[in-house]
Design a protein around this ligand. Structure first.
Ligand SMILES: *Cc1c(COP(=O)(O)O)cnc(C)c1O
Length: 398
C-alpha cells in the first residue's frame, strides 16, 4: 500500500465537470481579473467566516502584507508573533521594514502562548504595534486571551488564518458557548488558497476578512496599487489582485468545504482509536495533537468546527529516523517546520536578536505531519499507524 501525504486528484474527480463548466464560463466572459466572480466569492467567504467583508487577494502572503500595509506598519515598528509558523508570517513583517518579536508557543497547541505574550508586553515596548497570531495546523490560537491582551495594550490583531479557514474558537457567553470562526476576531483575517490548504485553488490565491467597512475600503485600494480613482495614487499599494478563474473554481469548492473538514476530523478520531491500540502512546513514543476545543466525546455538536486539521501533527521520539522509515515504507510525511523563523538565515543575517524560544525549538525537533486528507480510507490510516508501530518495534522500543 502507498499512502501519500496529500492526494488532490481524489478530491477533484467528483467536481471535475462542475469546475470545467466554471472555467469555460469565465474564459468566455473575458473578465479575468477581479470582477463579478471575485465579488461573489468574497461575499461567500465573508459569510462563511462570519465577517462583514472579504477582499480577494493574490495569495495568503499578500493578504498578510496588504493587511499590515493597511495598518501602516513600517520601519521602526515591531510585530509580536510566533516563530513556529510558515515563513510568510515573518516575511510580511520584514518586507515592510518592521521587526518581528517572538513569543514562545504553548506546547499543547503549538500556537502562540498568551502567558509568554504578556511577559513580553509587560516590558512596555511602545514600538510593538500589532500581533499576528497563527492558527497553526487548523486549530485556533487562544483568541479570548489574545484579544484581551490586544485591548489592554492597544494593539491591532492580524490573524494568520492561512491554515484555518472555518476553524472555530469557543467564545463563552451567557447561557453557553458561541463558535466563532478564525479570521473574525482581529482587524483582519488572512487566508491562503494555496493548493494544499483545506480550501485550495488551482494556483495561488488569498483573502482578507474584515469586520470594519472603512478598513475594508482601504484594503480594496491597496490591492490595486493604491489607485483611487484609477491612475491616481494617494497611498502606496501593490498588485495584490485575485484572478476571476481562481475565484470561480474556489467558489465551487467552498460548498464542499464543511464536508471535507468533517472527513479530516473523522480521520483524526480514527487515528486516536488506532494509536490507542498500539501502545506507542503509553510508552511516550508518540504524542497525538490534542483537540483543545473538542466539545464532545461521541456526538458532533452542530457548528463546532473545533479543528479543521489542515495538518495532523504528532510529536515522535527519534523523529528524523521515523520520517525516513515512513518515507521508505510509502507513507508520505513532512516536517512543518524544521527551522523556526527566529533561526532563519535571512533574519539572523540582519543582526536580529531575541530571547530563547525553547518550546518552539523543541516542537521543530519533534513534530511530524501524517496524512489526514478527507479521502483517506480506514485501511490507509491503519497502514500508517501499523508502520509507525513497526518502526518502534524494530528498534526494540515497543
Ligand atoms: C500557507 C501559509 C501562508 C501563505 O500563504 P500563500 O498563499 O502560500 O502565500 C501564510 N501563513 C501560513 C501559516 C501558511 O500556512
Amino acid at each position: 500500500m502507498r499512502v501519500p501525504l496529500l492526494d488532490l486528484g481524489e478530491q477533484l474527480a467528483p467536481l471535475r465537470e462542475e469546475i470545467l463548466a466554471e472555467i469555460t464560463r469565465v474564459m468566455d466572459s473575458s473578465m479575468y481579473i477581479l470582477g463579478p466572480d471575485v465579488v461573489k466569492f468574497e461575499k461567500n467567504v465573508a459569510a462563511y467566516c462570519q465577517t462583514q467583508r472579504g477582499i480577494g487577494v493574490s495569495s495568503g502572503t499578500d493578504a498578510l502584507l496588504c493587511a499590515l500595509m493597511g495598518l501602516g506598519i513600517g520601519p521602526g515598528d515591531k510585530v509580536l508573533t510566533s516563530s513556529y509558523s510558515f515563513f510568510a508570517t515573518m516575511g510580511s513583517i520584514l518586507r515592510l521594514g518592521a521587526t518581528p518579536v517572538f513569543a514562545d508557543i504553548d506546547p499543547q497547541s503549538f500556537n502562540i502562548s498568551p502567558a509568554k505574550m504578556r511577559e513580553i508586553l509587560k516590558q512596555g515596548d511602545k514600538d510593538i504595534k500589532a500581533i499576528i497570531p497563527v492558527h497553526l495546523y487548523g486549530q485556533c490560537a487562544a483568541m479570548d486571551e489574545i484579544m484581551a491582551l490586544a485591548a489592554e495594550y492597544d494593539l491591532a490583531v492580524v490573524e494568520d488564518a492561512a491554515q484555518a479557514i472555518g476553524a472555530c474558537f469557543p467564545v463563552a457567553e451567557e447561557g453557553g458557548v458561541r463558535w466563532q470562526r478564525a479570521g473574525s476576531f482581529g482587524v483582519a483575517g488572512c487566508f491562503s488558497f494555496f493548493p494544499s490548504k483545506n480550501l485550495g485553488g488551482m494556483g495561488d490565491g488569498g483573502m482578507i476578512t474584515v469586520q470594519d467597512e472603512a478598513f475594508a475600503q482601504e484594503l480594496d485600494v491597496i490591492r490595486v496599487h493604491g489607485g483611487k480613482p484609477k491612475y491616481c495614487h494617494g497611498v502606496l499599494g501593490g498588485n495584490f489582485r485575485l484572478d476571476a478563474m481562481q475565484a470561480a473554481i474556489l467558489d465551487v469548492k467552498l460548498r464542499y468545504l464543511p464536508e471535507w473538514h468533517r472527513g479530516r476530523r473523522q480521520n483524526a478520531l480514527t487515528y486516536e482509536a488506532l494509536f490507542a491500540e498500539t501502545g506507542v502512546l503509553e510508552k511516550g513514543l508518540v504524542q497525538l495533537p490534542p483537540a483543545l476545543y473538542r466539545p464532545y466525546a461521541d456526538e458532533p455538536v452542530a457548528g463546532a468546527d473545533y479543528h479543521i486539521y489542515n495538518q495532523y501533527v504528532i510529536r515522535a521520539r527519534e523523529r528524523d529516523a521515523l520520517r525516513d522509515y515512513l518515507l521508505a515504507h510509502d507513507v508520505g510525511v513532512e516536517i512543518y517546520y524544521p527551522v523556526p523563523l527566529h533561526r532563519q538565515e535571512c533574519l539572523v543575517k540582519m543582526g536580529w536578536q531575541g530571547p530563547a524560544l525553547p518550546e518552539t525549538d523543541k516542537a521543530a525537533a519533534e513534530t511530524l505531519a501524517l496524512p489526514i486528507f478527507p479521502e483517506l480510507s480506514k485501511e490507509m490510516l491503519e497502514f500508517v499507524v501499523a508502520q509507525i508501530a513497526g518502526f518502534y518495534r524494530d528498534r526494540g522500543m515497543l
